[in-house]
Design a protein around this ligand. Structure first.
Ligand code: NAG
Ligand code: NAG
Ligand code: NAG
Ligand code: NAG
Ligand code: NAG
Length: 501
């Protein structure tokens, strides 16, 4: 007879440092040496060229503890420049380590660069992936888990075993020839079992139990599954199916295998919603912050009464698709982002003019055609800002902000206006996270306290959209030059563009 056991699933849907001199000596160091190269992968049973890290696809799972110093020496053996970004890792005071083209020069082929990051006051499940070109489509990604320090109680018992599950779509073409892909939300479920949600992107949640859970591109969550007791003798299906993809739904399965089981998984797959936007919106509103649980520190998550803070600025960002110079591009408030040769962060640091202009993106969607540009929204350190994502298209969108967690306070259909705040916003226990979904022809609202000085990427998590212009940067700034608010440029920073003297 076997006891029921609890399995911990750390689920990432792909599709959030400090220089050594500032790292506190007492915090442990974890070293990784990663060789990134092309190799053969066959996620669909067909051999294809993919991107491997140390021979692995997906790449190794990073499994570290709050406050650890994580040193990653990245060796680029591809024939193209490369950067890896750490989605959800907050990089406190150090956008220098963020690994996007607005903050870092790419690592040239056949050379290496070392990231030095500290997991300061952070827990949770995250992902990493290449941020350059369309490399992410070919691999080079993996899971990134930050466990709580042993002295900080976690609001659930220690699970028997932990699994990191990455859900990503794949197609049978080399990444260099991929232009379009279907990137959408998925519904996750396990036949005959329920999912107890315990965490989303670093927030301990109220532990609701779900038959199935919608996850959106770029988001990650963790949940507990209690297995059947008394020696279960059959296996069960683990199912992921696409959402909002009318009429075609793609389903993929894996197996939850019981030791000693005599029969394979069988029977109909557990049903799940397919289009049903309202269902998903309703479920999203049930994901709430456990106000009394602590996060990376012993103080309760709810100690920060975000609902009582005065908003200093409201920014409404609308996504559009448009043809610019005859080519398909995607834009935010009519600007389709292009990367300058000089990273924005370096332009700021070396006072190099002509790389970007502040506030070229308007706070509300302007009329007129979309244009190419390098958009940077100017904010002041500690601004408390409301950002509304307005989706005027028929597909689900997903937005990610680097460096700063936000409260995802509201979701609603149609066009947002300020009177909807009263009706739809959760001012009490919305979870803090770093990626938010926006349903077709709907809006999502977030509140963010911009407490991390730096140059932060705000991007579509739908990769082809981001590649074709749907991103911008939020410059969180004050004029004071102090290591208390921002670390200095790392001594090993690569220089390129106009910063290369
Ligand atoms: C991560 O590390 C912790 C502590 O060393 C361990 O308990 C846990 O099982 C590991 N998880 C994974 C997914 O490797
Ligand atoms: C590149 O990697 C090698 C081998 O791990 C290491 O000795 C060297 O310090 C690295 N160079 C840089 C610039 O990080
Ligand atoms: C919230 O966290 C507290 C403190 O860890 C825990 O005792 C409680 O069970 C949690 N509540 C819910 C509803 O998950
Ligand atoms: C950017 O726009 C905000 C809001 O309109 C304004 O407060 C701020 O001064 C502007 N900053 C710059 C540098 O133009
Ligand atoms: C705001 O939106 C709601 C819902 O779409 C609508 O009923 C209301 O009239 C709008 N209010 C204003 C002031 O536009």
């Amino acid at each position: 007879m076997r006891q029921a056991i609890v399995l911990h699933f750390l689920l990432g849907v792909l599709a959030c440092l400090s220089p050594v001199t500032h790292i506190k000596a007492e915090d442990p160091y974890v070293y990784y040496n990663w060789v990134v190269e092309y190799g053969e992968v066959s996620p669909l049973g067909v051999k294809q060229r993919g991107i491997l890290i140390n021979g692995q696809f997906p790449g190794p799972t990073v499994n570290v503890t709050t406050n650890d110093n994580v040193i990653v020496n990245l060796q680029n053996k591809l024939d193209e420049p490369l950067l890896i970004t750490w989605q959800g890792i907050k990089q406190r005071k150090s956008s220098w380590q963020d690994g996007v083209l607005g903050t870092n020069c790419p690592i040239p082929p056949n050379s290496n660069w070392t990231y030095k990051m500290q997991m300061k006051d952070q827990i949770g499940t995250y992902t990493y992936f290449p941020s350059t070109l369309l490399h992410r489509a070919a691999g080079g990604y993996g899971g990134f888990n930050i466990m709580a320090r042993s002295v900080i109680p976690v609001p659930y018992p220690k699970p028997y075993e932990e699994f990191t599950v990455l859900i990503s779509d794949w197609w049978k073409k080399d990444h260099k020839s991929v232009e379009h892909r279907m990137t959408t939300s998925i519904n996750f479920r396990i036949q005959g079992h329920t999912l107890r949600l315990v965490e989303c992107e670093g927030s301990h949640t109220i532990q609701e139990v779900y038959e199935s859970l919608d996850l959106h591109v770029g988001q990650s969550s963790s949940f507990l599954v209690t297995t059947h007791s008394m020696g279960e003798t059959k296996d069960f299906f683990i199912v992921a199916s696409t959402r909002f993809t009318k009429p075609k739904i793609l389903t993929s399965t894996a197996i939850l295998h019981y030791q000693g089981s005599k029969s394979a998984a069988s029977g109909p797959l557990p049903i799940a919603p397919t289009y049903h936007i309202h269902w998903s919106m309703k479920q999203a509103r049930t994901i709430r912050w456990n106000l009394t649980a602590n996060a990376a520190r012993p103080n309760p998550q709810g100690a920060f009464h975000y609902g009582t803070i005065q908003v200093v600025r409201t920014i409404v960002l609308e996504n559009t698709a448009a043809k610019i110079n005859g080519k398909l591009r995607y834009a935010i408030n009519k600007i389709s982002y292009i990367n300058p040769d000089t990273p924005l962060k370096l332009a700021d640091y070396f006072n190099i003019p002509g790389v970007f202009t502040l506030n070229s993106t308007k706070d509300t969607p302007p009329a007129g055609p979309a244009v190419l540009g390098t958009s940077v929204i100017a904010t002041s350190l500690h601004d408390f800002v409301e950002i509304v994502f307005q989706n005027t298209e028929s597909t689900v969108q997903s937005w990610h902000l680097d460096g700063n967690d936000f409260w995802s306070v509201g979701y609603g259909g149609g066009k947002w206006n300020s009177t909807l705040r009263r009706r739809f916003y959760n001012y009490n226990d919305a979870p803090t996270r770093c990626t938010v979904q926006v349903y077709p022809y709907s809006w999502s609202a977030i509140l963010v306290s911009l407490d991390n000085k730096g140059m932060w990427n705000l991007r579509s998590a739908n990769w082809p959209r981001r590649y074709l212009g749907q991103e911008l940067y939020v410059r969180v700034w004050n004029d004071e030059k102090s290591l208390f608010t921002e670390y200095d440029i790392p001594p090993n920073a690569l220089l390129c563009g106009k910063a290369k003297r």
